[in-house]
Design a binder for this molecule. Structure first.
Ligand SMILES: C[S@@+](CC[C@H](N)C(=O)[O-])C[C@H]1O[C@@H](n2cnc3c(N)ncnc32)[C@H](O)[C@@H]1O
Length: 461
């Protein structure tokens, strides 16, 4: 299919000048209720979130916070260097600071198309969509290094491509229309396009997808930094890396778009193959919702190919499906063609003592001829009584427990005036809650100890 046709699947007709927040791109939604929805385009990438303005407000907020956080880290390191009396420590901190600056500059430049500071005309509509809470901008930053500095993680991209190619055979041995969901920094989508397939890569993370757009289409090499989980040598707390400098993919074969897998901005029955690389077990909603969306966009007999870890992490064990249960829950739309468990190195860096070798679960499921689902998962995935403000809030035991703790916490924090001691605060607590001196002292000390301890570790992603 020529690029123009492929583009029509989701961007017809994009206005080339719609680069700022000009919601003039015509809708690509197939459901009629969304037929008039319009989307902005950033750096050639259509922003196809279910609620584009809300997603933009959130990503800009997160991007701004991230940049401020990275800047404060660099500033903090400067004072740590000047305060340190050890030459060895100063040397290590100086190297970390140098690498952090490179990384900050890489992040800042990559996020530039988002126009992070621009808050004009951003009034979210009445519909509700929120970004997944656990998907921070930096979460998979090392994946971009693996994708576009392959000599630093030798063989890892090749291994994934090899496994996907094995999963395609023998039924899918030609050239196909492929959607790569959760494509991250885009290397697999790029490799498949270089093999002659027509590929759309979809993700929701701007730090990764802008990198995909830049490096897949010939962007010159840029400097960043890569930090090991556990430095093998304390004198090498990180390494300078170069991303990019690859031959440009053809726009006829490859495109990327922002979007959410639960509300795919793709036309029904339009793809031969959907690939989910390292994706399905990190998603926050019921597996069946993903199944329905993938079934919708695949043509009859098309294939869903998966390769990734199988580590669902829901609180409710019943949602942590085994492969057999997953097959069962998808049986309305898919039959399993083959399954393979294969090992691969994962972000093996020579400067990292933390080495992960992972067994991937790969499967190929073929779409049957049952009609595509007409219902799509809701963009608004909040609990029903939050979605409908008229409903009664259930009296969950967890509310009572949290209310007691939060009350005590805020009481204590309000008492801090720069003069009072733990003993003073314990006396007040004792007065108010009728507990013993000893209990009050233990409670207040434990609270502040915990509070300060929590702040010793990084918690930003
Ligand atoms: C574990 S990473 C894998 C990335 C890439 N496939 C790779 O192998 O490097 C998961 C990816 O899924 C993306 N993702 C998470 N939730 C998503 C959602 N609801 N819709 C689209 N992409 C999502 C993340 O941004 C991230 O790039």
């Amino acid at each position: 299919m020529p690029n123009s046709e492929l583009q029509k699947l989701w961007t017809d007709p994009l206005h080339p000048e719609a680069d700022a927040l000009d919601l003039s791109a015509k809708s690509v939604w197939t459901s009629t209720s969304r037929a008039d929805r319009q989307f902005p385009v950033f750096q050639g990438l259509p922003w196809l979130f279910p609620e584009p303005t809300r997603a933009l407000v959130e990503w800009r907020d997160r991007a701004l916070q991230l940049l401020q956080f990275l800047e404060s880290e660099v500033a903090d390191l400067k004072s740590q260097i000047s305060e340190s009396s050890s030459a060895t420590t100063r040397k290590r901190l100086t190297e970390i600071r140098r690498l952090k600056i490179l990384h900050l500059e890489y992040v800042r430049r990559t996020l530039e198309p988002l126009k992070v500071q621009d808050r004009k005309r951003l009034i979210p509509g009445p519909e509700f969509y929120r970004l997944p809470l656990r998907q921070g901008l930096l979460g998979y930053a090392p994946n971009a290094v693996r994708d576009w500095s392959p000599s630093l993680f030798p063989g890892e991209n090749e291994r994934l491509l090899e496994l996907i190619s094995q999963q395609m055979l023998p039924e899918f041995s030609g050239k196909f229309r492929i959607a790569v969901l959760g494509c991250g920094a885009g290397r697999l989508a790029y490799d498949l396009a270089q093999l002659g397939h027509r590929v759309v890569g979809l993700d929701l993370n701007p730090l990764l997808l802008f990198a995909a757009q830049e490096f897949a289409f010939g962007g010159a090499a840029r400097t960043s930094a890569d930090f090991p989980v556990q430095a093998l040598d304390p004198d090498r707390p990180g390494r300078e890396v170069k991303l990019g400098g690859f031959p440009a993919a053809s726009h006829d074969h490859l495109s990327f778009a922002f979007g959410d897998v639960y509300q795919l901005p793709l036309v029904t029955s339009s793809f031969d193959i959907v690939i989910t690389p390292w994706l399905i077990d990190i998603l926050p909603r019921r597996f069946s919702e993903l199944v329905a969306e993938i079934a919708r966009v695949l043509r009859p007999d098309g294939a869903w190919i998966n390769a990734g870890s199988w580590r669902f992490d829901f609180r409710s064990e019943s949602e942590n499906l085994s492969l057999a249960e997953a097959e069962e829950s998808a049986a309305t739309f898919f039959r399993s063609l083959r399954t393979q468990r294969a090992s691969t190195p994962y972000l093996h860096s020579p400067i990292d003592a933390h080495r992960r070798e992972e067994i991937l679960t790969c499967f190929t499921w073929q779409r049957n001829s049952s009609p595509p689902p007409t219902e799509r998962p809701l963009a608004d995935d909040r609990i029903e009584w939050i979605r409908d403000p008229q409903l009664s809030i259930p009296a969950l035991p967890v509310f009572a427990a949290a209310s007691a703790t939060h009350l005590a916490m805020s009481e204590l924090l309000r008492e801090v005036d720069g003069r009072r001691s733990i003993t003073d605060l314990a006396a007040r607590l004792k007065e108010r809650h009728g507990i013993s001196d000893a209990e009050a002292l233990i409670a207040v000390s434990a609270f502040f100890d915990r509070f300060m301890l929590d702040r010793r570790f990084r918690d930003f992603a």
